[in-house]
Write a protein that binds this ligand. Structure first.
Ligand code: AMP
Ligand code: GLY
Length: 430
């Protein structure tokens, strides 16, 4: 049989990218694997590519030079910078939307306008370019609101304000602290309910929903403390009411169809962040990529050849039959550096990863790690490791993940102890 392996370049350096890389490496189609920039765990599976992941020209140059057969874009910054466009223009398959379609994440106002034209439920909103007009609106509105910087702000540009005073401070922060990302500010109605993430693969026409998952965004137990990139996650979400999944899928299908009808087709992963309100699921946000840490519980449960899926998203040949699911549960706990999401120290030696992975069903995805000259693993970021367990029941997956967390040691190791607790208690207790 002819060798149909292809060499692959994956952009990114987080736990999400380590999970994607593990799944790509398991495909019979995977040839040589390259990462830019990668992390300590990813470099066990792939070579570091000499390319700047946020430079469209540099990524396209590297991909052409190495005869890469698929470029996979993990984070939002390269997408919004137009890396997918440059790679496509070079005739190379790429997983990820064009810079214009990535505005679904890159501009909250753009996303709101598409949602409005597609007729999908989301929080009522107004967009402002003038701070005074925005403050007047917030005062007139009176009640709790959510204030959002329009552009990419690394998860920091959203202020959930229960009082007008907090909202006004948030408006000022958005207009002053986020540069261009805050030149437009969106004020929206505060929604209530549990949150649910639904990632979907799409080739611009067909939408293949992946399993549901739920992130835990606050730094401390009991959903206290500042917002983070995500401190833990599980999949699937056991608290959905009948019909909610179908409604979320329909919303994503409508948005993909709307973008295609507007001449702005979207291919790649569309991440819908939903609030499950008493009036049904409403969109909080769309992201133009896989979620982090959602990917770390969704991909291990997915039965699919990820290389084939990604190529099909690019080629317009995605078929729902390419993806199926194991009837199991996954829980992932983020081990972070003390101080995160504020300032933290780096360079602490990590021990015990192999012991954790010796437990049945446990995989430790690296996020902020690097290897030193001896090949030892050191901390190199705020979110350090994603300790993930897959098991037949939610309780087993949760217990196994925490048992694995106990195997790992580094100075300043911190984590939440209540990942998944609310889901076990059920919808009425949320
Ligand atoms: P976003 O980046 O837009 O998803 O916002 C980050 C987080 O802020 C979400 O995961 C929610 O917890 C919260 N949030 C965003 N928009 C709203 C809203 N309209 N109502 C309540 N909470 C929200
Ligand atoms: N887990 C949140 C995000 O990926 O944006």
């Amino acid at each position: 049989m002819a060798d149909n392996k292809i060499d692959i370049l994956l952009l990114g350096a987080g736990g999400r990218e380590h999970a994607i890389l593990c799944k790509l490496a398991a495909s019979p189609r995977a040839g040589r694997l390259y990462v830019a920039p990668g992390n300590g765990g990813m470099l066990a599976l792939a070579e570091r590519a000499d390319a700047d992941p946020e430079s469209p020209e540099d990524v396209a140059r590297f991909a052409a030079e190495k005869s890469i057969g698929l470029v996979v874009i993990g984070p939002e910054a390269p997408l919004v910078a137009g890396v997918a466009d440059a790679v496509r223009a070079a005739g190379i398959p790429v997983f990820g939307p064009s810079g214009k379609a990535a505005q679904m994440e890159g501009s909250k106002r753009f996303a709101k306008e598409v949602m409005s034209r597609a007729g999908v439920p989301t929080a009522a909103y107004e967009a402002f370019t003038d701070e005074q007009a925005c403050c007047d609106y917030v005062r007139k509105f009176g009640g709790p609101v959510v204030v959002k910087a329009d552009g990419l702000a690394a998860g920091k540009g959203v202020i959930v304000a229960s009082t007008t005073v907090e909202a006004l401070a948030g408006v000022h922060e958005c207009f002053t602290a986020f540069g261009d990302a805050g030149s437009v500010v969106v004020v929206e109605e505060m929604l209530e309910g549990p949150e649910c993430s639904l990632l979907a693969l799409t080739d611009g026409k067909t939408v293949v929903p992946l399993a549901t998952s739920q992130d835990h965004k606050r730094a401390l137990d009991g959903d206290r403390g500042p917002n983070t990139g995500g401190m833990g996650v599980y999949s699937p979400v056991p608290i959905l009411l009948p019909g909610e999944l179908e409604q979320m899928v329909e919303i994503e299908e409508k948005v993909v169809a709307q973008l295609a009808a507007e001449g702005n087709p979207y291919s790649g992963c569309l991440y819908g962040g939903f609030m499950l309100t008493k009036d049904g699921p409403k969109v909080l946000e769309f992201n133009a990529r896989f979620g982090d840490p959602e990917t770390q519980v969704v991909l291990p449960r997915m039965k699919a050849d990820l290389v084939e899926c990604f190529l099909a998203c690019d080629a317009g040949t995605l078929d729902p039959a390419m993806v199926s699911w194991d009837d199991d549960w996954a829980v992932s706990v983020v081990l972070a550096s003390a101080g995160y999401p504020g300032p933290y120290e780096k360079g602490k030696r990590i021990e015990g990863i192999a012991d954790a992975e010796a437990l049945d069903g446990v995989t430790v995805y690296h996020a902020g790690t690097r290897l030193d000259d001896n090949g030892d693993t050191l901390t190199n970021g705020g979110r350090v490791l994603n300790v993930t367990a897959v098991a037949d029941t939610f309780e087993d997956a949760r217990n196994k993940a925490y048992q694995a967390c106990d195997c790992i040691a580094f100075e300043g190791k911190t984590y939440r102890h209540d990942i998944g607790i609310k889901a076990i208690k059920g919808r009425a207790n949320l």
